[in-house]
Design a protein around this ligand. Structure first.
Ligand code: 5AD
Ligand code: SF4
Length: 447
């Protein structure tokens, strides 16, 4: 295979952790061809946007970024340099041919299940054998089987164990962009986990759109669940901390809850989206759980591990949401006292059932509700962070901090933390005493 050393790539990632994982895998595909990472798009021979379609804003942002990349391509062309512009991810799957119509200067577009072709595609375009390429194939073959081995980039790594979703929440594009659920076989996951540990990861975050519906086959062909997999990953010596995200409430079973009691390596933090606290809204969302189901699960999790901190996603202004429905959401927040959360105004997504439901909510009302909800969520988050002051926590340092001589990391509860620390502590788990806290981060001293 031709070597492209001297050439550079730049990948910009939008959206969820799965996209972050996919971008990492794309980077290693390009590096295997000899390309190096560019510090900015203007220095890159290959510019890739790995896109997200979950809300309108995220999807539209891609097109303004693409416009800027086109300017770069033109400027570079004047200097005699070729630039390949690629788009990957969920916008490609959703827009399909439209993407090449809206941005005709795009050289290739690969759906989220097709980026294993990146090498071949980039090579063909570099060598001018192929002018333009669009691939949004949705077939069942697993992209993971076609990717070279993954290796750690730092102390904390994502590991995709499941992809796609069969839940069809009525607001959500995921089943249409990532396809139906598939789970990677147990042995493939464990092999990747061991390899990540060998190359320096001490923390693994097992990823899936609906991670706790994991049902991968073991070596004997038997289907295994997430609880089984967590136990197996916990047996890997080098792995000290384990997380998994994102879970669907109706698929949290007692075995999984037991893991939070029995597995010391499983971090005391769980992202478990409820979306709304109103049963009427949950029903219209086609969620397979009620608010009480959800609260019962949280109660059981807290019984299993009283230290567990909860996180969630919320959507306000779903079609038909009344003030009373919204108050039910507020009530759930007051009961669960989330330590972190993500909240969004409902965004109409073409092709999803909710986009054409009656009772669409005015922007003004959505905005007001989001403000009220976020103020409350932030107050609990700030309170939790302030309560951390004086405690000593195990922090995994993941990168450089805001100031010279500082490192940034995360506590077991996913809080961001900055502390004065020697660079030798990077990618290590270190005891840190918390000295100060705000809504979004903590400061501390290495002990
Ligand atoms: N509008 C607003 N938020 C959405 N999400 C998913 N689809 C939409 C939509 N159409 C949110 C959900 C989900 C998170 C990843 O994004 O809260 O859990
Ligand atoms: Fe979307 Fe629902 Fe699947 Fe989550 S579980 S990705 S919200 S369809």
């Amino acid at each position: 295979m031709a070597n492209y050393s001297g050439k550079k790539y730049y990948i910009k990632t939008f959206g969820c952790q799965m996209n972050v994982y996919d971008s990492g895998r794309m980077a290693s595909l390009l590096e295997a061809m000899g390309l190096a990472k560019a510090s900015e798009p203007a220095a890159a021979d290959v510019i890739i946007f790995n896109t997200c379609h979950i809300r309108e804003k995220a999807a539209e942002k891609v097109f303004s970024d693409l416009g800027r990349a086109y300017l770069i391509k033109q400027e570079r062309a004047e200097k005699g340099k070729d630039t390949i512009i690629g788009v990957t991810g969920c916008v490609v799957q959703a827009e399909d041919e439209e993407i090449l119509k809206r941005a005709p200067y795009v050289d290739f577009a690969l759906g989220p299940l097709r980026y294993f072709r990146l090498r071949e595609v980039v090579q063909e375009i570099f060598d001018k054998r192929e002018a333009k390429l669009l691939d949004t194939d949705f077939s069942a073959e697993s992209k993971f089987d076609r990717l070279p081995e993954n290796k750690a980039e730092g102390g904390c790594s994502y590991l995709a164990i499941q992809e796609g979703c069969n839940n069809f929440c009525t607001y959500c594009v995921v089943p249409y962009t990532r396809g139906i659920e598939m789970s990677r076989p147990v042995e493939d996951v464990l092999k990747e986990a061991r390899r990540l540990a060998e190359t320096g990861s001490v923390e693994l975050n097992l990823l899936g759109q609906n991670v706790n519906s994991y049902h991968g086959e073991d070596a004997s062909g038997r289907e295994r669940n997430l609880a089984y997999l967590l136990n197996k990953v916990a047996e890997i010596d080098g792995i000290k901390r384990i997380r998994y995200t994102t879970s669907y409430p109706a698929d949290v079973d007692d075995e999984l809850i037991r893991c939070h009691k029995e597995l010391d390596k499983l971090m005391p933090y769980l992202h478990l989206p409820i979306q709304s606290g109103s049963d009427a809204v949950l029903k219209k969302m086609n969620r397979r759980h009620t608010r009480d189901d959800y609260l019962r699960i949280v109660e059981k999790l807290k019984e299993a591990n009283p230290d567990i901190g909860m996180s969630s996603d919320f959507i306000v202004g779903f079609p038909g949401e009344t003030d009373d429905d919204f108050q039910q959401t507020i009530d759930v927040v007051n009961r669960v006292k989330y330590i972190q959360a993500f909240s969004f105004k409902y965004s109409r997504r073409p092709g999803t059932p909710a986009a054409v439901m009656d009772g669409q909510i005015e922007e003004k009302v959505k905005k007001e509700r989001l403000q009220v909800l976020q103020d409350l969520l932030f107050s609990y988050q700030t309170q939790f962070n302030k309560n951390s002051i004086g405690k000593t926590m195990q922090v995994l340092f993941e990168g450089r901090g805001r100031h010279r001589g500082q490192l940034a990391g995360r506590t077991p509860y996913m809080q961001n933390l900055h502390a004065k620390a020697d660079i030798s502590l990077l990618n290590k788990i270190v005891d840190v005493r918390i000295t100060d806290a705000s809504t979004n981060s903590l400061s501390g001293e290495v002990v």
